[in-house]
Design a protein around this ligand. Structure first.
Ligand code: PQ2
Ligand code: NAD
Length: 216
């Protein structure tokens, strides 16, 4: 059996309405992840874990303590279903499809419009590993191994690069500077922990940029 390769995207869920059907262990993991991304979350489930109940009490999510009923999907941008009742996922997926809302059904891969990768985080850096549904346990293992390889200087470079991108106008010069930051001597100095020397080198590069009239 060949499964098509999945197409990865990074969703910006800030302020988006997400529906989560189910309130068990798997649902809890989903809830924490979408809340971290700033989503407005509604949970529909007769039962909920202690963590989900606490979040509901704190007003961080809305919990409707009842089973899913068709009509629940309306008004949402994204739907996640993770229940222990095999009849629920297909119903949720059917309604979502009819409304054009993207859906993930944790226990029925064939009905997923998108799958969830294994995610590792270091500051602004996100690693997401998918096996197109073949081997979630492999995704999890690779996530652990690869996340451990993201070093402090990578995080530092990412933050510095973001800071510079917000301040320098887009253009060839900026591209060159940001590339050299990562691949050139500045990156190499940072990797060796020589922050002072890297800072001096960066200031010199910025001066050159300024004199060529590319900065604001
Ligand atoms: C990556 C991760 C993200 C997350 O869930 O957040 C994730 N599964 C994780 C772990 C994990 N899941 C399972 C095991 C036990 C070993 C095994 O069965 O293989 C382990 C390993 C463990 O727990 O150690 C069981 C399992 N998973 C699915 C089914 C249904 C089926 O295949 O029929 C069953 C059988 C359920 C049952 O037994 O009934 C289906 C899916 N799981 C996916 C994602 C999507 C494909 C991702 C990909 O392309 O690799 C997909 C298709 C749908 C979706 O959920 O989006 C998360 C790692 C978290 C981390 O990083 O720690
Ligand atoms: N995708 C994955 O990574 C993965 C991994 C393991 C398990 N699973 C599957 O995910 C599903 C959920 O697993 P779990 O460990 O969270 O189960 P769980 O038993 O901890 O929780 C099940 C939840 O579903 C809720 N529920 C039951 N009927 C419902 C209905 N009609 N409407 C709304 N909510 C309803 C229950 O109230 C409960 O909160 C299972 O089918 C399991 O096989 C997926």
């Amino acid at each position: 059996m060949s499964t098509p390769i999945d197409y990865p995207v990074c969703l910006r869920l800030e302020g988006r309405r997400v529906l989560l059907v189910g309130g068990g262990t798997i649902a809890e993991g989903r809830a924490l992840a979408v809340l971290e991304a700033g989503a407005r979350l509604r949970v529909v489930s007769p039962e909920a874990t202690t963590t989900l109940r606490t979040l509901a009490t704190q007003g961080r999510l809305e919990w409707l303590a009842r089973p899913y009923v068709p009509g629940d999907v309306r008004g949402h941008d994204l739907v996640l279903a993770a229940t222990d009742d095999a009849s629920v996922g297909p119903l949720v997926a059917k309604e979502a499809r009819a409304l054009g809302v993207w859906v993930n059904t944790a226990d029925v891969p064939e009905l997923c419009d998108f799958t969830l990768p294994s995610v590792g985080r270091r500051g602004p850096i996100t690693l997401a590993i998918s096996t197109a549904g073949h081997a979630p346990a492999v995704a999890r293992r690779l996530r652990r191994e690869l996340t451990a390889r993201v070093a402090p200087h990578h995080v530092w470079l990412a933050r510095l690069s973001g800071w510079l991108r917000r301040r320098l106008p887009a253009g060839v010069e900026r591209q060159r500077l940001l590339k050299s930051l990562v691949e050139g001597d500045i990156g190499a100095l940072l990797e060796r922990g020589e922050r002072k020397a890297a800072g001096a080198r960066l200031r010199a590069a910025l001066k050159t940029l300024k004199s060529s009239g590319e900065t604001t």
